[in-house]
Design a binder for this molecule. Structure first.
Ligand SMILES: Cc1cc2nc3c(=O)[nH]c(=O)nc-3n(C[C@H](O)[C@H](O)[C@H](O)COP(=O)(O)OP(=O)(O)OC[C@H]3O[C@@H](n4cnc5c(N)ncnc54)[C@H](O)[C@@H]3O)c2cc1C
Length: 454
């Protein structure tokens, strides 16, 4: 299933890096940082990855013209290029090249009548949530509001409203994109529809998105929080979870975590330092309905040791979740998988600190006819582990069939596993049309399809 990432023969040497930096410094609106600058050290990092990128230059774009300049400069000097909003999803180092940062392009405009937001490439979810909330609207943000809208949405985007409204990528209405030749294109259902399709799940492979327009949804109060239970009933609770989710309403998004909580003062005293089963919930509606729907699950889990549930606005709900890690997608939650997860979490020396089992389905499995390539939409569960245990891997293998979700991958070499084979082939064709020499390759790479025979 895996393929060799095609790396173009871009030269990487100090001289071309220096010349590119000098050229950028003359024609660039935003700051340009070189090794040794305080800004360089601050901006080059990728906070959720173990890579240590050493770009020749870090360029902070102030508008789409800067983005275009950075692309054409990298091309002119034969340098590697990569784009970064927050760095939360950066797993390929841009060594010796131009690292383009978009964090200063963070405009957010909300049109309450059309229920649409238009955001700059560097906006993070917190900013969109804050701008939409006064109108009773919410975006399809994920578990952490500091995540960037662009990287999250291009990679699919699964959030706490996903079962009700679908993947964030499915809500995109249009995008402005600086392509591999630096030209600015508009992608929508009517303009460059093949590019528009590919962008909605294909990641950062097709250009630098300079702005995105997407739907917002009327979301009033939500009932949300986490409840902690004794870990001893984990296996039977997960078995009940598997059956209970079959009839769970789309308003209800849940995940079960097998986790060890730190001995930290912010952790409730009843569960501090303990191994627990945690159930995270967001219900897009009223408390009473949520409690009724959750009752069978609570019966299986036993009395809660501690819980944080409350009604709040979507933005004030304090939801957690796992970032990029070991992800697998499943059509069901078979007993051998439950047993392996519970055993791995129970081992005192386990490399897995948290194993999350997340219920998918709902609107995520009902894409519109024009939906993008977000893959494996009909799965019911995702497992996300922050460590690797061979026994868990073995138990998952027959059921997971190697499928993954782009945003939760931490290994760029597995990008192909995020797509249905037909969609991956089509993505490669769109890549050949828009980026035939794989200029945008420092990402979860989709290599261009081979050139057409004459
Ligand atoms: C703490 C944490 C929680 C998370 N929770 C969720 C979650 O609930 N649901 C979910 O779906 N994902 C989640 N993720 C994964 C997250 O969506 C991805 O890591 C995503 O890539 C982050 O996007 P970013 O723009 O913040 O990161 P960046 O590192 O800035 O960008 C990641 C990649 O996105 C592409 N990219 C970014 N900006 C652009 C642009 N303007 N144009 C073209 N390509 C671009 C590039 O390929 C880049 O390498 C989480 C990640 C973390 C760290």
């Amino acid at each position: 299933m895996s393929h060799q990432v095609q790396r173009p023969p871009y030269a990487v040497d100090g001289e071309s890096g220096g010349a590119a930096a000098a050229q950028l410094s003359r024609g660039f609106g935003g700051p340009v940082y070189l090794p040794g600058d305080a800004g360089y050290e601050r901006e080059r990092q990728a906070p959720y990855s173990d890579i240590d990128p050493r770009p020749a230059v870090v360029a902070m774009a102030s508008d789409h013209a800067d983005v275009q300049t950075a692309i054409t400069t990298a091309r002119e000097h034969g340098l590697p290029f990569s784009v970064q909003g927050t760095g939360h999803g950066t797993h390929a180092a841009c060594n010796g090249g131009i690292l383009l940062k978009t964090s200063e392009m963070a405009s957010v405009l909300v049109d309450p009548d059309r229920q649409v937001a238009r955001v700059g490439a560097g906006a993070v979810w917190e900013q969109v949530i804050a701008a939409a909330e006064p109108f009773g609207l919410a975006p399809l943000a994920g578990s952490h509001q500091s995540v960037g809208v662009a990287g999250y949405t291009l990679g699919g985007g699964v959030g706490w409203l996903g079962r009700k409204y679908g993947f964030a990528a499915d809500s995109v209405l249009s995008a402005e994109v600086a392509g591999a030749d630096g030209r600015l294109l508009k992608a929508s259902a009517d303009e460059h529809p093949d590019l528009f399709w590919a962008l909605r799940g294909g990641g950062g492979n097709f250009g630098v998105v300079t702005s995105l327009e997407f739907r917002l949804y009327p979301v009033g109060r939500v009932y949300a929080g986490v409840a902690y239970f004794a870990a001893e009933r984990a296996a039977e609770t997960l078995a009940r979870y598997r059956d209970w989710t079959a009839d769970a309403p789309d308003e209800l998004s849940t995940s079960v975590l097998l986790t060890r909580l730190p001995r930290a003062p912010e952790v409730p005293a009843a569960v501090r330092g303990r191994r627990v089963l945690a159930i995270q919930v967001m219900y897009a509606g009223e408390e009473e309905q949520a409690r009724r729907a959750l009752a069978p699950l609570w019966q299986a889990a036993g009395p809660a040791l501690s819980e944080t549930f409350r009604s709040s606005s979507f933005g004030a709900a304090d939801m957690g979740g796992t970032g990029p890690a070991q992800v697998n997608l499943l059509d069901t939650l078979p007993d051998p998988v439950i047993d392996a997860l519970v055993a791995a979490a129970a081992r005192p020396d386990s490399p897995v600190l948290t194993a999350e089992i997340r219920h998918w389905g709902g609107a995520m499995g009902r894409p519109g006819p024009d939906a993008g390539p977000v893959g494996h939409r009909t799965v019911r569960f995702a497992t996300v582990l922050d460590g690797w245990v061979p026994e868990v891997d073995e138990a998952l293998r027959p059921y997971a069939a190697g499928r993954s979700f782009l945003n939760f991958l931490h290994d760029p070499a597995r990008a192909e596993t995020a797509y249905a084979p037909g969609d991956h082939r089509r993505l490669r064709e769109v890549k050949r049309a828009y980026d035939p020499d794989n200029f945008f390759h420092l990402n979860y790479n989709i290599p261009p399809a081979p050139p057409r025979a004459r």
